[in-house]
Design a protein around this ligand. Sequence first.
Ligand code: PMP
Length: 441
Amino acid sequence: LANLLKVSRTTVINAYRLLEENGLVTTRVGSGTYITELSTGDGHTGSMPWEQLFSPPYKSPLASLLRSLVSSPTADDTISFAAGMPDPQLYDLTILENLTNQCPDLPKETFGHISIEGYSPLRHSLAAWQTSLGIPTSPDNVLIVSGSQQGLYLLVKALVEPRDYVIVESPTYLGTIQLLEAAGARILGLPQSDSLDLAVLEDYLIRYRPKFFYTIPTFQNPAGRVMTLAQRQELIRLAARYRLAIVEDDPYSQLYYGQQPPPTLKSLDTYGGVIYLSTFSKILFPGLRTGWITAPPPVINRLAQEKQYVDLHSNNLSQIILHTCLQQDYLAQHLTLVRREYRKRRDALAGAIRQYCPAYLDFTLPAGGFYLWCKVHPPASPAELLRQAAAAGVTFVPGEAFYLNQPDSPYIRLCFVTHDEDRLTEGVRRLAKILASGAAN
Ligand code: PMP
């Protein structure tokens, strides 16, 4: 074959090896090399080489960490501090039944295809709700998305090209880091301390001309921090001066356990530069997969174009249910209930840590949201800690998942809303034993 093709023998041998590695040929010793049969002849397919057809997947450096989180052997009655999910026990299924029962009153067209931007009554009721919360919104400024994760995906798709610079807080929401990395963005981390470092931000603006600044100003994920009103105003002033686009991700601001948080950046926006995202996932049912984006019409139009390629429009039934929730004031009642309940849970988790492992975990009590962000003492490997904790029946997310690079100090993120107070306390007891054993140091 080498002579025939006028190539070296090694090239031919390598080519055969490659074909074999990819399952396209099979070598039988003493007989020869044969093309692999694709069909077994009994109606079942053989070894279709799917791997060859796939486009190269983006492999996040964080993927293995998260895989270990999911695949670590866990005890049967695991207490999860890991998932940022409301407690399913608080889902009111009778309201779902009531709302679904109202569907036959709707025109049949409601269940056909609707506009990409979303179910018009929901766009109206969301616009009215947001206006009442201090963000003057018209329905044309609203795009309904299938969870704010989809909103972030569309934004990255519409705004980011490979090698573009984007600024994020460090630490920040893992899902956004992964989307930006997959898009080939160059991500600049803005270290989070007590205050927003506007000098560093301005320096980034001058040096890198970033596409946007992604921020979670209220009850941040993972750090629980709240940007003060003064910081918000200064940020808007700076952003307006540089025409910096801000992406404000705001799933948690309605979950406050004391005073209401400062107004959103969107409500302070003086230059039309803030794109606002929120979701029903943390305040109602995450499984309805419904969130929304509020932005100036040119942005909404461009995002709608991208959304058309993804799913034409979001699920009608979810949108109908959520519209009725807003209209019949059910959301407000539910918020009152969960604020009271989650506050108790936050305090139970904090109290248990103070009782069982005060020397090992250091935190600031968050004024809202889902998470307690704890610094680990003495420095231990959070990934190793997780392996041991999972075996002992308690899980959390290691802090490094929320950073672009290895953080200076080890942190863990504990979600306090998924379990009731007794289970939270039991979870801390289990964690305290592992921490006290020092095995992860
Ligand atoms: N942004 C942030 C900050 C989040 O914490 C989450 C959920 N963990 C999302 C976006 C995605 O939420 P959704 O369920 O609406 O896609």
